[in-house]
Write a protein that binds this ligand. Structure first.
Ligand code: BDR
Ligand code: CA
Length: 363
């Protein structure tokens, strides 16, 4: 008998590379390889209303079936929220113009059609549950099986942990885009990565909860931390955008290309070149391909106080704190062709989506 598709929950803050992760996961869902059981939106790259509206719009463009989309935390636990319009655009979608609503109250338009054509309007609304509730519901419904992917701040996950302290034992595998390890520099401060830096208290609560659970019950699998040391190798070029649109000329791929154009300019403005590091879809791919991930067992906590080190992911390599290694740090990808081959796979998946906004162009 074939195994049922792996249940997957995404907690994201779209965000340009989050949008690629959403499209990729929808493609894997429609191909029957996973069951995307829900999307949690956390305030991050942009505010909560925008992350929800963007998630709804990208799901529509990707032609996703109905699935719960829930608004989670509106900001960090201990500090005012920091927005990043210079990185992801004022509304979190770069130059893409999305038909966005405002979350729970407003429906999003999926397609408007060209003049003279029949206009198809579908609606997708946010689920009224809080994102933390969706975390708990999904983990209970798929106990021990759920693959949970975090591509934004851990703020909603921290609040889910407060509501259900047994969460680490219910989640099958937690995969986090966050932090930076083994001397690799940060992208927000010299030592911190953005998703962790924006809410270090939340990220540390995640570390501690999983560490406690794993140290008490070895069956609890430690989280996989995918930091900049690996994810900065996932580089998306303008040529890749052009190839994606040539392979499938849809509203989805054109909107992604417009979003990415902004992301290229941001990376160029910080000296990385006219390209984009696409952390989030890469991490989503790693979550679905555990056998392709090279990782090391680790003890990880997050610095929440230091004047120069707040937001730093601290690996206790020698066990000074007397805890057993409970997490894993992703160090490499085993796929022949490396991160670039992973992006090829992600592009092929996205190109397979007709999308509700398909132009029916060459495909
Ligand atoms: C992370 O920060 C965000 O800007 C990206 O979407 C990604 O999740 C990389 O540091
Ligand atoms: Ca993100």
């Amino acid at each position: 008998m074939s195994r049922p598709p792996t249940p997957v929950l995404l907690d994201c803050d779209p965000g340009i590379d989050d949008a690629l992760a959403i499209a990729y996961l929808v493609a894997e869902h429609l191909a029957g390889r996973i069951e995307l059981v829900g999307v949690v939106c956390t305030a991050g790259n942009v505010g909560l209303d925008d992350t929800v509206a963007n998630a709804l719009a990208w799901l529509d463009l990707a032609g996703a079936p109905p699935l719960p989309v829930c608004a989670g935390a509106a900001g960090a636990i201990a500090v005012p929220h920091v927005f990043t319009p210079e990185t992801h655009g004022p509304r979190g979608a770069g130059y893409a113009v999305l038909e966005v609503g405002t979350g729970a109250e407003t429906a999003t338009k999926a397609t408007t059609g060209a003049p003279g054509m029949t206009t198809t309007t579908t609606t997708r609304r946010a689920d009224p549950r809080d994102g933390a509730e969706l975390w708990v519901d999904a983990a209970r419904a798929h106990s021990g099986e759920l693959v949970a992917i975090v591509t934004g701040p851990s703020s909603t996950l921290a609040s889910a942990l407060a509501a259900e302290p047994a969460l680490p034992g219910l989640v099958g595998d937690l995969v986090v885009m966050g932090g930076t390890f083994r001397g690799h520099p940060g992208n927000t401060t010299p030592v911190s990565e953005w998703n962790v830096d924006v809410d270090p208290e939340a990220a540390d609560a995640v570390c501690l909860a999983w560490e406690d659970a794993n140290n008490a019950h070895a069956r609890v699998r430690g989280p996989l931390w995918c930091g900049l040391n690996l994810t900065e190798r996932a580089v998306w070029t303008p040529e890749r955008s052009a190839r994606l649109v040539a392979a499938a000329d849809t509203s989805l791929t054109r909107a992604l290309a417009e979003a990415l154009r902004f992301y290229f300019e941001f990376h160029e403005s910080v000296g990385e070149g006219y390209l984009a590091q696409v952390h989030d879809p890469f991490v989503a791919w790693l979550a679905l391909h555990p056998d392709a991930v090279e990782s090391v067992p680790a003890r990880v906590r997050v610095e929440c106080r230091g004047e120069h080190t707040r937001g730093m992911t601290v690996e206790d390599r020698r066990g000074h704190r007397g805890r057993a290694p409970s997490a894993r740090i992703a160090t490499d990808v085993r796929t022949p062709g490396g991160p670039s081959a992973v992006l090829d796979d992600i592009c092929a998946a996205i190109a397979s989506l007709a999308g509700s906004g398909s132009t029916g162009g060459p495909g």
